[in-house]
Design a protein. Structure first.
Lengths: 329, 329
DNA sequence: TTGAAAGCGCTAACAT
DNA sequence: ATGTTAGCGCTTTCAA
């Protein structure tokens, strides 16, 4: 390469990297570019990385048993944002095991991964292997007690609050809340939002029905049948997520109850190819995993907002066909 | 490191890599291991890779607009299998653009990626950038006309056939097949299987109702309403996938029709957290993306079965609550 | 304005 | 049985 252009390798490096503080004559530059084009020369990034001690690579660590569409959305966002800065994602999946996480992070570090995105699918507290903190790390949908690394989290309380407010705005006063797994961070936060919105409307949260589920579709179904058994239905049912809402829809239809004419149903997540495509289309709260992945990747590159330990991402309410003003008292 | 053990770096390399044909005394080996432990020394994999011209890295190229749970399942399988051989996945997403695919593959090659898994979500013919073939490449859920690279594909025809056979075995004779996107490879193959099974049972495929959908839940809903409008329902409805089946369930329940008492419903995919959790639980055909991802990664390491260009992976029928013997003639 | 040379950490021939 | 040495392809001081 260098000899074709009749210059030294150093010169090639200077023009290709546009190294600052270097003065290369237009003529030489031209000659180099010509040779590059002719040979289809591409610098060996592995060698570059080796020399510089970096790899232009971000370790995306999925630290959860769940590795499905939510992880995919986060990865997609992180990938796009990383790419803009010339970085690629080295992906690993710990299956939620701390031991495996340690192994994988050590491996990633051996490869000189520049930074880490440490992600969970179900929002929760995690312990990040000490080693990870050698490199810039941002937590995605998880957090540590000591906030040693910045975390990107969904603002679930606000999500729950705004969903409830939307239903209140429609005129609903009698609710059932079919929650996800009671112990989970997201469940508790959303429920807090629910209660808060009710109080704002001068309603007593304890007058409303709250049933605990587990985020699976069948729990939405079972809980709705339970509701049916208990007697007069509320006018609005809020579900822990969209899958539960689908279970609710099924149970309601089976019982001959119409949505949204007889009762309104609201999901959570805006699950891809589900919430918007079910009939009636689900009103829901969008959990923007893709945006969060993107923010995580950007945070790594621009630690500008270094102050805030936890970034809360807004989850907007989406009103679709499954909700309407109540027709019964 | 080397000096602590009082040996040369080469010796360290020999004992750590257990280089074949090398004779290191037990004593020296011991001394080296001691120093390694003491220093917590870990070889720089980037430097290793640079020297060897490899990276212990597989480029997983998602070449599809769809990057969701099916891609995640494939990645999970590929990740696990790769890890067993010490390889990690460098993940890129082309969004289905050939131009982007070329860029990304060039980037991956610059980083000395050892091999490629080139994957699509919807099974289809692809054109693989010429550059990719510099490294071992296996196609996952896609294929090229010239079969220049081995492909891992689901055996959709058999899946369609066995699903239909299962329903025939239950006693069904009057079917509706609500297909996915008619132009897609998988749709055609499944339909072929459907027709084949009918002929086996001495039934004329043309006597059955086949309606074209698009794999979205709402098309299952709409098509089922269309079926309802047309008059007497068949005893079994086969859907293009599980999401369409959910749409079908919704439309049926809404119309006061019970599943599986009045009509049996069958999906396809065994979609995670949907098929098994909906009520009634969907009978379906499992599309084993995780297994396929695993096979792809293994194929890369052991090109043993180098002969077969296309490996067809079996999609087993799963019978759950949404199917039963017919109760009406 | 450019080139020479050292060196990143490792491995593989080649010596000893 | 072990050490020496060269070199992988690049970047970066330093010198010319």
């Amino acid at each position: 390469m260098a000899q074709l252009a009749g210059v030294s390798p150093a010169t090639v490096s200077f023009v290709l990297n546009q190294t600052a503080g270097q003065t290369i004559s237009a003529e030489t530059r031209e000659r180099v570019m010509q040779a590059v084009a002719e040979l289809g020369y591409r610098p060996n990034r592995a060698a570059q990385g080796f020399h510089r001690g970096t790899s232009a690579t971000i370790g995306f660590v999925n630290h959860d048993v769940d590795f499905g569409e939510f992880a995919a959305a986060a990865i997609k966002g992180a990938h796009e944002a990383s790419l803009r800065h010339g970085n690629l994602l080295l992906l690993v999946n710990t299956g939620g095991s701390n031991r495996q996480a340690e192994h994988l992070i050590a491996d990633l570090l051996d490869r000189r991964t520049d930074a880490f995105i440490f992600a969970a699918v179900g929002t929760r507290a995690v312990t990040v292997p000490e080693a990870a903190l050698q490199a810039p790390t941002v937590l995605l949908n998880c957090y540590t007690a000591d906030d040693r690394a910045p975390a990107i989290l969904p603002d679930e309380e606000r999500g729950g609050r705004e969903a409830t407010r939307a239903m209140l705005g429609l005129g609903h006063r009698r609710f059932a809340y079919l929650t996800g797994k009671p112990a989970q961070w997201s469940t508790k936060a959303r429920l807090r939002g629910f209660r808060g919105a009710l109080r704002e409307a001068a309603l007593d949260p304890d007058d409303q029905v709250v049933l605990s589920g587990n985020y699976h579709a069948d729990s939405g179904y079972d809980l709705t049948r339970e509701l049916l058994r208990r007697g007069p239905l509320p006018t609005a049912i809020l579900c822990g997520n969209d899958r539960m809402a689908v279970g609710t829809l099924l149970a309601l239809f089976e019982a001959g109850i119409r949505v949204p004419e007889d009762v309104s149903v609201m999901g959570y997540d805006d699950q891809f190819q589900l919430a918007a495509e079910v009939r009636p289309a689900l009103s829901t709260v969008r959990l923007p995993y893709d945006l969060m992945g993107q923010l995580a990747a950007e945070r790594l590159v621009e630690p500008a907002m270094a102050g805030s330990a936890r970034t809360l991402v807004h989850c907007p309410v989406l009103l679709r066909g499954s909700t309407a003003p109540p027709t019964r008292g």
